[in-house]
Write a protein that binds this ligand. Structure first.
Ligand SMILES: Cc1cc2nc3c(=O)[nH]c(=O)nc-3n(C[C@H](O)[C@H](O)[C@H](O)COP(=O)(O)O)c2cc1C
Length: 352
């Protein structure tokens, strides 16, 4: 069956304009990343995972994740936790903040999260996982979705047992990243499992893992029968890959386009979290944008050493002299959001 990546689909009542979902990634999926992903054709964007305990305690940094721009919709905000009540309360806050979808993380393999009984741990505690989903579904009007890994141990098929139970508890869609928690990001995503899950449930399934091109996206959709593909690492510093998958972009970006997108991303990130935090947060993005053979290695190494954003910008303008025109065009296409400086956290890496 030939699948069309542009066909709209639904998660509950929420219409999603295309079949590409931008992955939730801790320390990456900030508002600037999500807005950029939408511009390059993602039909649905997701926040990184947000701690429900942090929301309960009105932790200022955690609350910062609930800033949502009007041009992000449809947007899923992902929460993690281990207790139904706390998760339900967090879901209400997420809905009040304007999220279209509440997503639950049952995939995070990082010890700091799993040792609290949250994230991937819940893959092997199906009763508690179902209680959490039921409590969250009861608490909000927005559709509730769940993102899973395949299980804890290599070869585990826990997600196939759990998935139907979660749908029974009210989940309106499921995302599967078919690696085990133990695997972290090694090996490959086994999408034969995704295909099995699709057969078992009557809600949309999103296939996550190793989608890096349009060709691959179409192959995964065809192999699995999933409703959509999720793109994660391939989108880091590379909106053009999202654009290529969406059929909006052909060929690699010019140096000017790379620098212009990076400068815009830097600007939006500073707006979002303030210059002090953004200075450290942005460093990994320099490598992502300027790598992939786009600029010589010493250049990105030099940028990471610089103490201020102003110095980084100066070097970037010098490295791509024609960038001002491209940047002006991008700015004209991307309306400014209201000013929104907030002290946001750079949370733990690798949430699912
Ligand atoms: C840096 C990083 C952070 C991540 N954070 C989250 C997260 O907060 N929540 C989540 O459900 N998955 C998280 N993931 C997993 C991704 O959403 C995705 O499932 C995984 O990277 C596989 O897709 P990919 O091969 O397209 O990267 C993260 C992955 C990475 C690389």
């Amino acid at each position: 069956m030939q699948v069309n990546l542009e066909t709209p689909w639904n998660i509950g009542p929420v219409e999603i304009p295309g079949r590409i979902v931008l992955a939730p990634m801790a320390g990456v999926s900030v508002q600037a990343f999500r807005r950029q992903g939408r511009r390059y054709g993602a039909g649905l964007v997701c926040s990184e995972m947000v701690s429900c305990a942090g929301l309960r305690h009105r932790n200022e940094r955690t609350l910062g994740y609930l800033r949502i721009g009007s041009d992000e919709s449809p947007l899923a905000v992902q929460i993690f936790g281990s207790e139904p009540d706390t998760m339900a309360e967090a879901a209400r806050m997420v809905e009040d903040a304007g999220a279209d979808i509440v997503d639950i993380n049952f995939g995070c393999p990082v010890g700091k999260v799993t040792k609290t009984g949250a994230g991937a741990t819940l893959l092997e505690d199906p009763d508690q996982a179902a209680r959490i989903v039921a409590a969250v579904v009861e608490a909000v009007d927005a559709p509730v979705t769940v993102k899973m890994r395949r299980g804890l141990a290599n070869g585990s098929r826990a997600a196939l047992e759990l998935g139907p139970r979660l749908v029974h508890a009210g989940a309106a869609a499921l995302t599967l990243h078919p690696r085990s928690a133990k695997q972290m990001y090694t090996g490959t995503a086994d999408h034969s499992l995704t295909a099995e899950l699709v057969e078992l449930v009557d809600v949309p399934v999103i296939a996550s893992g190793d989608v890096t091109s349009r060709e691959r996206a179409l192959a995964v959709l065809e192999q699995t029968g999933a409703a959509a593909v999720m793109v994660g690492r391939a989108a880091q510093g590379d909106p053009w890959t999202v654009g290529e998958i969406a059929g909006l972009v052909e060929g690699p970006p010019t140096r000017e386009e790379v620098v212009a997108e990076l400068l815009l991303f830097m600007h939006d990130t500073i707006e979002e979290m303030g210059e002090e935090r953004a200075t450290g947060f942005l460093k990994k993005f320099y490598g992502w944008y300027l790598g992939r053979g786009r600029f010589p290695k010493p250049f990105k190494a030099e940028l990471v050493q610089l103490a201020t954003i102003a110095e980084v910008e100066e070097r970037l303008f010098a490295a791509a002299p024609g960038v001002r025109d491209v940047l002006a065009r991008l700015r004209a296409e991307t309306p400014e959001l209201e000013h929104r400086t907030l002290d946001l956290p750079v949370s733990i890496y690798a949430g699912g």
